[in-house]
Structures are given as structure tokens and as C-alpha cells.
Design a protein around this ligand. Structure first.
Ligand code: GUN
Length: 296
């Protein structure tokens, strides 16, 4: 079977159009959602992510507050900025771009963000709420994957899902979301990782495969059941002399061979990637609505 491509760019564009309408309606009530983005240092990948996030905000009418700090910024200075943003009523979401330079204490910074403004869903309060099934900001990449599945008509309930990778940003939260007793959960989930004994044996059982290992060709065609749905979260640079920049982006899945067996598959780029920023916009709009409701 040749797989149908899940077009993440199109799903993201549809959701952004919906959000733009919602933001315009909020503005009629004097509510302007605001997102503060904090970038420490000059990492080129982080810089391009942050620029893309700010551009996406502007596109749909969210106020974007840019905070770029030098690489040698101290912990106290960064904590003071987070405190200031926590108190600023124009700011509904605070995003500190990770990874932070090595000399900074990442978990102290994430813990300092007001959970009500934690649109990344990384604060332990939001992680805990997600795990016990309470309403919380859901982390953007896993939330985006669920939207891709739902909007592509994939049945999650009762599905055998095999996740490859156990990161805090993708593997662990998506596993938790998919086992929840709700409309987008009720799956049977296996989480594989670097110490898993027989990866292929697990992946072969899957109705839905989520590859988030950060390594090219982690999922090959021999591991994939005919008709499986394949979500590729990997973003890996591989050398390519035919490209002007000297590399191309590939996922964790052997796309060419696996797409001959899968029923649905996400490409890299253009699959999960565009959804991550979209869910950040979604959380920022939700946060602005919650702040307005609290004010009454
Ligand atoms: N670095 C890579 N992905 C993310 C993300 O989703 N949020 C933040 N804050 N940093 C990241």
C-alpha cells in the first residue's frame, strides 16, 4: 500500500486560520493575547525557531514580546526577567527557548514561570495535572501530534501505539496523553527507548508508530505492519553536498521504504514541525481567555 501523506503544513494552516478568527473576536472585547519569548545566546537553530514563533504570533494577531539575552547572562538576571514577565498583565504566555547555555539552571528557570503562563506545558504543575487528567497546558509537540491524528481521521481509542523515545518534551508526555480516559486517549501504549531489548518486535505490533528518538533510520520498513499510521517527530541534519547549505533534514523514519507499507505517514519537513508552533499559539490564546475569565 502506498501511504497517504499527512500534510502538517495544511493542518497547521487550518488551525491558524481558526485561531486568527478567535483572536479577532477577543480583540473586540479588548483582549489581546501576548506571548513573551526568551532566548539566551546565539544558537542558530534556537534563533530560527524563536523567529518562526514570533512571526507566527504576528500573523494571527498575538502580541509578541521579544527578549534576546547574551550567552553570558547570569541566572539571577534571567530569573528577574521571568519574574517581571510573570507580573506583566499584557503577557499571557512565557516561552524560554531550550536548551539554555550550560551555566544556567534550566529546571530552576522552568519552575519560576507562573504555571498560568506556562504555554510550553513544561512546569511540573502542568505536567502533574496532565498526568492525573486535569485541565492543563499540554506540551506543544505531543498536542500537535494528537491534532494531526484526529484531523486525519485516525482512531486512537483501542489502538496499539508504539512510541520510540522517552524525552520529557515528546515521548513521556505523548504516552501520558494517549492513555488518558478521554476522547483523544484510550490507546494501549508501549514506550521503547535505548535500552529496549527488541525494538523491531514491539514496533511491528503497532497500529500507530510515533518515532521520536532523534536518530535517522530508527524505524525501517521491516519493522512496520502493513497499514500502520506513522508519525515522524525526528528532525535530523544529514550531510548533502547537493544542497547549498550542505545538509538536508530527515526524520527518524526511513520515509521512502516505510511509505510503501504505511497507510498514513508524516513527512519531514512539513509533518509534525508546523504543528508545534501552532499549538503554542493555541495555548497562548487559551491562556488569554483564562486570564480574562479570572478578571471577570
Ligand atoms: N526547544 C526545542 N523544542 C522546544 C519547545 O517546544 N519549547 C521550548 N521552550 N524550547 C524548545
Amino acid at each position: 500500500m502506498a501511504a497517504r501523506i499527512i500534510d502538517g503544513k495544511q493542518v497547521a494552516a487550518d488551525m491558524r486560520a481558526e485561531l486568527k478568527v478567535e483572536v479577532a473576536k477577543l480583540k473586540e472585547d479588548g483582549i489581546v493575547p501576548g506571548l513573551a519569548v526568551v532566548l539566551v545566546g546565539e544558537d542558530p537553530a534556537s534563533k530560527s525557531y524563536v523567529t518562526a514563533k514570533e512571526r507566527a504570533c504576528e500573523e494571527i494577531g498575538i502580541y509578541s514580546n521579544d527578549n534576546r539575552l547574551p550567552a553570558d547572562t547570569g541566572q539571577a538576571e534571567l530569573m528577574a526577567l521571568v519574574d517581571k514577565l510573570n507580573k506583566d498583565p499584557k503577557i499571557n504566555g512565557i516561552l524560554v527557548q531550550l536548551p539554555l547555555p550550560k551555566h544556567l539552571d534550566e529546571s530552576e528557570v522552568l519552575l519560576a514561570i507562573d504555571p498560568a503562563k506556562d504555554v510550553d506545558g513544561f512546569h511540573p504543575v502542568n505536567v502533574g495535572k496532565m498526568v492525573v487528567g486535569e485541565e492543563a497546558f499540554l506540551p506543544c509537540t505531543p498536542h500537535g501530534i494528537i491534532q494531526l491524528l484526529v484531523r486525519s481521521g485516525v482512531k486512537i481509542e483501542g489502538a496499539e501505539v508504539v512510541i520510540v523515545g522517552r524525552s520529557n518534551i515528546v515521548g513521556k508526555p505523548i504516552a501520558n496523553m494517549l492513555i488518558q480516559k478521554n476522547d483523544t486517549g484510550n490507546a494501549t501504549v508501549t514506550v521503547c527507548h535505548t535500552r529496549t531489548k527488541n525494538l523491531a518486535e514491539h514496533v511491528r505490533r503497532a497500529d500507530i508508530i510515533i518515532a521520536a528518538a532523534g536518530r535517522p533510520n530508527t524505524v525501517t520498513a521491516d519493522m512496520v505492519k502493513e497499514g500502520a499510521v506513522v508519525i515522524d517527530v525526528g528532525v535530523n541534519r544529514v550531510e548533502d553536498a547537493t544542497k547549498k547549505r550542505g545538509y538536508r533534514l530527515v526524520g527518524d523514519v526511513d520515509f521512502a521504504a516505510v511509505s510503501e507499507k504505511a497507510s498514513l505517514i508524516t513527512p519531514v519537513p512539513g509533518g509534525v514541525g508546523p504543528m508545534t508552533i501552532t499549538m503554542l499559539l493555541f495555548n497562548t490564546v487559551a491562556s488569554a481567555k483564562q486570564a480574562a475569565a479570572r478578571k471577570g
